[in-house]
Design a protein around this ligand. Structure first.
Ligand code: GLU
Length: 302
């Protein structure tokens, strides 16, 4: 049983490929933060985007986490099995007039919208009802003007203007799949997550998620966005940049590189077993040492 039932953290991989060094950093840091607090660490498989998923990747991710000694609490939650929860959330938003049906194609949005921080800002065409002749394709959240302020445990004070930089964003996609933003907010609330520790590549999503939490009367968890691991070309490690899969035979050396990447203090030389290292790391972890900016894996070896 956890010593501190008040802390609930999570790791939420998408089964679009193998775990790589960047995903290990997120898994390890969120695990350390939960274990140090004596709380729970949940595992949520974000398998909501079948076109991008790779068969077998979800199981491969779970096995890799186990090999790395990062054991989660409770059963793994699969987003693909939580359709009713997302539908209920969307229905509530529609009933409250906070979400609406949108009949615009990508081409139409591109033609009328201006560039924001994550693609085109929706020009609001269907905000006051579907124009004649259009049929509903997607569902969007009505984003009210104003700034969202939050304090990130690593990145400091963040101010985001969702209306200006993103616009009314998609909750359910035209292809019928749930949008990441809706699912993540519903799940974090339903699972009682108190702190989200994840890569800074998701920082731009946080304003949207807080906006959605407020629209649904859900609590806002704490946030800590980790530096992003880059390859030697300065690109984020990902499937698109061909990040290598985590080695299954160099567990401790790889964990130690991730530990140093997170700005943590030197490891005593006599910690030769993965479990001993992780137990030591959970007591010596200091999130205050993590630096906000991105770093390359090669910097760590230097
Ligand atoms: N599933 C997302 C990813 O793998 C992470 C979601 C999150 O941590 O909020 O990038």
């Amino acid at each position: 049983m956890p010593k501190n039932p008040a802390y609930i953290g999570r790791f939420a991989p998408s089964p679009t490929g193998h775990l790589h060094f960047g995903s290990l950093v997120a898994a390890l840091a969120s695990w350390l933060q939960a274990r140090q607090a004596g709380g729970r660490w949940l595992l949520r498989m974000e398998d909501l985007d079948p076109p991008r998923e790779i068969p077998g990747a979800a199981d491969d991710i779970l096995r890799t986490l186990e090999v790395y000694g990062l054991h989660w609490d409770g059963a793994v939650v699969y987003q693909s099995q939580r359709n009713e929860l997302y539908q209920a959330a969307l229905d509530r938003l529609l009933d409250a007039g906070l979400a609406y049906r949108c009949g615009c194609s990508r081409k139409e949005v591109r033609a009328l919208g201006r560039f924001g921080i994550d693609g085109i800002v929706y020009p609001g065409t269907c905000r006051s009802g579907l124009p004649a002749g259009k049929s509903p394709r997607a569902y969007r959240l009505r984003v009210e003007p104003g700034e969202i302020h939050f304090s990130d445990a690593i990145q400091g004070t963040i101010i985001q203007n969702v209306a200006q930089d993103i616009g009314d964003f998609v909750l359910k996609r035209a292809d019928g799949f749930w949008a990441y933003q809706l699912a993540v907010v519903v799940d974090d609330a339903e699972q009682g997550v108190t702190e989200v520790v994840r890569g800074a590549d998701l920082l731009d999503s946080t304003g949207r998620q807080i906006h959605l939490q407020r629209s649904m009367g859900m609590p806002t968890p704490g946030y800590a966005h980790l530096p992003i691991a880059l390859n030697e070309l300065g690109q984020k490690l990902s499937k698109q940049t061909h990040a290598p899969a985590l080695a299954r035979n160099r567990i401790l050396p790889t964990l130690r590189i991730a530990w140093r990447f997170l700005g943590q203090e030197g490891v005593p030389g006599d910690l030769l077993a993965t479990e001993d290292f992780l137990a030591w790391a959970a007591t010596h972890w200091d999130i205050g040492r993590v630096v906000g900016s991105s770093a390359t894996e090669t910097d760590i070896h230097a």
